[in-house]
Ligand binder design. Structure first.
Ligand code: GLC
Length: 645
């Protein structure tokens, strides 16, 4: 593109952006987004120095658009006219490791009927592209953004799989590891061979001066297994920034070429037929001495720049923010203020996830209620991924001021939660492990499978029917919340059959340093086969319970996410109550976090809109709700989905 062409586009009549505008022709979309792309680009990269790169970017956009497969282009256009599919109540997701689920991509394809039977129509597949042998952070050290690792199959296998998924209306999400590459990635290899050009793709330094300055304020992510934020590379004879593991080199987005090339890598991933791109560790994208280098304004601009470009090239593809940061910071990844809606369409609801685990340990919903009602509402075009467990650890991301306002001391409270889940309290049924405890500041995170953290492993060991029942109720209750809360529920593979911790990682030299592997089990197909034969086993009860709740979710349009949720400050601090609002079709979800029966008074129920006559039913049982002396009882860990008929 030349200057005259740029000027023509910038002054075209259609230039003004309006919200989430999506237009059908490439030219129109470019005209609409161009002025913003230009402003953002030059706010990150000085115009005087980097003008030529801007033209390179514009040419790249066109090339990338032309390279997008025709069928995906058609799908992009079709999506422009069909509302926000990702906010629909029909969406129910599962996250899985292709190899641990069923060997490889072909194996996964064979299991589509299993997933469909449960009601899953959205899959987050963990990294499947090439990676270093040995330790590779579960594939988050990438050797390529689009070459499929032979362990998983071939590109043809994946294209066949994504085509099949599209035919079945199943959506796919893959990771874009945007913050770093592996130390075997082609750019890192060239950097190691001495290329200054590629050394500038990373943060590389001949001496410790700048690394020391950075480390004064950079937090450590893996303080036990990978302390510090820089690694010395003998080939380069230089230090390179490695915020995660030593073999994951942080990309230097201060270099515009890195952004332009990474946009190409993003598209190579999207062109595999991916609907949602998970922006991995995106809070870390911009580094600045004297700061934590997380959540910086430039990182937001960069994400928005990716998003604006993607909207021009492939408007049907959306972005998920993997920002596991404090609640008030997460919400910013949707774009805020004038830029609302300009970043990611979807974000992990890591706040709700951490609060749910807090509520289980404290047996109270109070901190959760206070937190979710104080955090600003997300933009109306955005949605959450609601989840209980994923492949990672549980970070206790609470806002200290809210913890204090709930009556806890933040430090002591965190220690209590860690102790509750990590085997330090004799009375706790939870079986989890401590992840990356940092004695310097008392920070630690938790690993373990949902079932083990919720007490099933202990209960089975003790062969205690009562605790087994409690664990089952807790597992169903938490899933009931993610299925109804507003957003896409994401079930972690194995949780649907109550899979316990997998300790085999301790015998594997590539995994032993990272106890997140305790919650990355192999899918147990034997258990799946026995589901219909042994109906009273925990795995069967949970599988059937989930299947039913998923069906109910899909049958009620009120569960579509239109920000139609009201969380109540409930007179009983053990019960979490919210309403999914729709004039005549509202549904109230009530969950008792206590291990004894708790009650709610008729007066309060009426005040929030719940009728209490025989026409008021609990959708989970199909029975009318039953009050005793004007009180509605909820058994330990019981959940009700109440509807006035
Ligand atoms: C994300 C992933 C995590 C990985 C990290 C570094 O947080 O979820 O598993 O270790 O990024 O890529």
């Amino acid at each position: 593109m030349n200057q005259a062409e740029l000027h023509r586009l910038l002054t075209a009549k259609s230039q003004e952006r309006k919200g989430n505008i999506l237009l059908s022709s490439y030219e129109q979309r470019l005209a609409v987004n161009l002025s913003l792309i230009k402003t953002q680009f030059f706010s990150l990269y000085q115009e005087k120095e980097h003008k030529a790169f801007f033209y390179t970017l514009l040419d790249k956009l066109e090339t990338l658009y032309n390279d997008r497969p025709k069928d995906l282009q058609n799908q992009d256009i079709a999506r422009l006219n069909s509302g926000n599919w990702y906010q629909s109540e029909q969406m129910t997701g599962m996250q899985l490791y292709v190899d641990r689920f069923n060997k490889n991509i072909k194996g996964l394809q064979e299991k589509i009927p299993y997933l469909e039977d449960l009601g899953i129509n959205f899959l987050h597949l963990m990294p499947i592209t090439t990676r270093p042998k040995g330790e590779n952070d579960g594939g988050y050290a990438v050797n390529s953004y689009h070459d499929i690792d032979p362990e998983y199959g071939t590109k043809e296998d994946f294209l066949a799989f994504s085509k099949k998924a599209r035919e079945k209306n199943m959506f796919l999400m893959l990771d874009f590891v945007v913050n770093h590459t592996s130390d075997e990635f082609i750019w890192a290899k060239k950097a190691k061979e001495g290329s200054q050009h590629y050394q500038n793709y990373y943060y590389t330094y001949s001496d410790r001066h700048i690394p020391d300055e950075f480390e004064k304020t950079l937090p450590e992510i893996f303080p036990q297994s990978a302390p510090g934020n820089f690694s010395y590379n003998n080939d380069m004879e230089k230090w390179v920034m490695t915020c995660f593991n030593t073999y994951q080199w942080d990309l230097n987005y201060r270099n515009p070429e890195v952004f332009i090339e990474m946009l190409g890598n993003l598209m190579s991933l999207a062109n595999l037929g991916v609907d949602v791109i998970r922006f991995d560790a995106l809070a870390f994208l911009w580094k600045k001495i004297g700061t934590s280098s997380q959540n910086l304004p430039e990182a937001h601009t960069l994400i928005s720049l990716f998003r604006m470009c993607l909207q021009v090239i492939a408007p049907g593809v959306i972005l998920l923010a993997e920002a596991i940061v404090a609640p008030r910071n997460i919400i910013k990844y949707f774009g805020e203020g004038a830029a609302e809606g300009n970043e990611c369409e979807v974000a992990y609801n890591a706040s709700l996830m951490a609060l749910l685990w807090n509520s289980i340990a404290t047996k109270k919903a109070s901190l959760m209620v206070k937190s979710v009602t104080e955090i600003p509402t997300k933009p109306s075009d955005a949605t959450w991924i609601n989840y209980i467990r994923c492949h990672d650890d549980i970070g206790l991301g609470y806002e200290d001021d809210i913890v204090r306002a709930t009556g806890y001391d933040p430090y002591a409270h965190k220690q209590f939660i860690l102790n509750y889940y990590c085997g330090k309290l004799e009375w706790s049924p939870a079986k989890g492990l401590m992840f990356m405890y940092n004695p310097k500041n008392g920070d630690g995170r938790i690993t373990g499978s949902a079932a083990s953290l919720l007490g099933l492993e202990t209960a089975l060991e003790q062969n205690n029917k009562n605790i087994i029942d409690y664990a089952i109720c807790k597992i169903l209750m938490l899933h009931g919340i993610i299925l109804t809360y507003g957003g896409i529920p994401m079930i972690y593979a194995g949780d649907e059959i109550a899979t316990l911790n997998d300790y085999s990682y301790q015998q594997n030299e590539d995994q032993v340093n990272d106890n997140r592997w305790v919650n990355r089990p192999m899918q147990n197909w034997k258990t799946v086969t026995s589901l219909n034969k042994q109906k009273d086993k925990p795995s069967s009860i949970i599988h059937n319970g989930l299947k039913k709740m998923i069906r109910l979710r899909k049958d009620h349009s009120v569960f579509a996410d239109t920000n139609n949720i009201k969380v109540f400050s409930c007179p009983n601090e053990h019960i979490f109550v919210y309403q999914r609002i729709d004039e005549n079709k509202s549904i109230w979800v009530l969950s008792n976090f206590n291990e004894v029966t708790e009650t709610l008074n008729i007066g309060w129920l009426l005040s929030i809109g719940i009728h209490t006559d025989k026409n008021t039913v609990d959708l989970l049982t199909g029975e009318p709700i039953h009050l005793i002396q004007n009180e509605l009882p909820l058994k330990p860990y019981e959940q009700l989905w109440i509807k006035n008929i």
